[in-house]
Write a protein that binds this ligand. Sequence first.
Ligand code: G3P
Length: 218
Amino acid sequence: MKFFVDTADVSAISELNGLGMVDGVTTNPSLILKAGRDIREVTREICALVDGPVSAEVVATDSASMIQEGRSLAEIADNIAVKVPMTWDGLKACRTLADDGCMVNVTLCFSANQALLAAKAGASFISPFIGRLDDINLDGLDLIGDIRLVYDNYGFETEILAASIRSVNHIAECARIGADVATAPPGVIRKLVDHPLTDRGMESFLADWAKTGQNIVP
Ligand code: G3P
């Protein structure tokens, strides 16, 4: 499963990229607001830093303007994936941008039917939002499983990009179900390494090593 980082914070991306943990990046208007940076400038920086796809989202609501915004975003770098919303206008823009040769990420997906539409419209990625379904007492992970089944039934190549990930358990479950990508905030990715038994094991090994009085490097 690929890891994308869900942020427009360049230093957080850079830190995880240095660990070899960044296969791509996703941004959205809320994350651009949080970063407090100009969208074109920050997106260009991220694209230069990361080899994989960098999602940048359109904000228009009619297909013609979405296509115009998408083409403008796609000019920033070769690794841009234009993010469009799950609406009929968004799907129309998806088809046109995909025919242009752009990667398209269809966002705000909350049902298997929506995911089916995105695949038929030529999306490279579909972004089902797990956490926001959990927020309304539905099971976001069930949706990942449903989309996996539907795409596998028909051989759709659109990648399932699990989004709105809030916990390390979401990531483990996405990997178990077979999501192609999980995009998560940097803090959630950093927490993946934590385990109390790892900490306890380290403590006892280091305490015993100190008692040997040895050095590994002579
Ligand atoms: O990738 C989508 C993500 O940014 C939304 O996350 O936590 O606002 O639902 P959240």
